[in-house]
Design a protein around this ligand. Structure first.
Ligand code: ADP
Ligand code: FRU
Length: 304
């Protein structure tokens, strides 16, 4: 990307904002046990919201877009986004309870066990999305959910891209195939950068990150880069030309909280690619910053 007006444009992260209720425990409770936690607190959650905060911390002008509860109970999650300097002026309010995740973080291992309640929250529609002025954006990442509507939103961006004045105005599209239940197959050929989670990869029958990126490269559009993170095994990426890279995980002194490691990885890779790094360096940034996140509770003060 050249040092032009593009530098001033924003990255837009589209997807979920929810309320995470974290319980930090010394050991994972047994069924029906009555335990006291080491600490308990609220934190904003949702893949798009988490990634937006990380991108903004890294210095990228970042906006979050999603359907957000208009109720008082949602105000702290939205405020937290703003505290990370994430722009939120286009969120669409809905009078529904905020989706909530009860999360158990086992401080011995850093594992995160999530019980998520969607609570009938409305989803962002393509009609909502069509109200945006797309000139403001250089990159739009769609969290892989609500795929029928997301497909239409991507169509709007494709249409915009087909009519831009200069190649520099083209918006880069990315998504993550994360939860197999969202049936995201038809989004795969639409994006320029495809993130694939271990869970999604395994649901396709792939055994590791290298196999995942290699096989999925056959299903993406020309010019697309594919990445797959695989927990403490690190991550792999493949360029559109078929050059494959692996990066090992960066183990922190102690793994204490892996909640949102994947969201941090995605944000850091997008940050690298926005700054013009190649795939190998972006992959390294993703693993390094995600490793940093695993060594601390929450998302504050992450740096490159
Ligand atoms: P998710 O949060 O979506 O389950 P992953 O577990 O695949 O995502 O993690 C994403 C990235 O975070 C990995 O590629 C790795 O770089 C880093 N990571 C995850 N777990 C660890 C760990 N235990 N130690 C160091 N880095 C980790
Ligand atoms: C982490 C996360 C949490 C949220 C859950 C939703 O990746 O976004 O913040 O509770 O996933 O599935």
């Amino acid at each position: 990307m050249s040092a032009t007006g593009k530098q001033r444009k924003r990255v837009l992260m589209v997807g979920l904002l929810c309320q995470d209720i974290l319980n930090l425990v010394h050991h994972y409770p047994a069924e029906d046990e009555d335990v006291r936690c080491v600490d308990q607190f609220w934190q904003k959650g949702g893949n798009a919201a988490n990634s937006a905060c990380v991108l903004s911390s890294l210095g990228e002008s970042t906006e979050y877009l999603g359907a957000v509860s208009s109720r008082a109970e949602a105000s702290s999650a939205l405020q937290e986004l703003r505290d990370f300097s994430v722009l939120t002026e286009h969120v669409v309010y809905s009078d529904c309870p905020i989706p909530t995740s009860c999360v158990i973080i086992n401080m011995q291992t850093g594992s995160r066990t999530i019980v998520h309640g969607h609570r009938n929250m409305a989803e962002l529609t393509a009609e909502d999305f069509s109200n945006l002025d797309l000139h403001q954006y250089k990159w739009i990442h769609f969290e892989g959910r609500n795929t029928a509507e997301v497909c239409k939103m991507m169509g709007i961006v494709e249409e915009y891209n087909n009519n831009v004045a200069t190649p520099d105005d083209v918006i880069i599209l990315s998504t993550e195939c994360e939860k197999p239940k969202y049936k995201m197959g038809h989004l795969i050929p639409k994006v320029d950068v495809l993130f694939v989670s271990k869970e999604y990869a395994e649901s396709c029958g792939f055994c590791n990150a290298e196999e995942t990126v290699t096989k999925l490269l056959q299903r993406v559009k020309k010019g697309c880069t594919v990445l797959c993170a695989w927990g403490d095994q690190g991550a792999d990426g493949i360029t559109s030309g078929g050059t494959h890279y692996h990066c090992q995980a960066f183990a922190p002194e102690k793994v204490v909280d892996t909640l949102g490691a994947g969201d941090t990885f995605n944000a850091s890779v997008i940050w690298g690619l926005c700054r013009g790094t190649g795939l190998e360096e972006a992959l390294r940034l993703g693993c390094r910053i995600a490793g940093q996140k695993c060594g601390q509770v929450g998302y504050k003060n992450l740096h490159s």
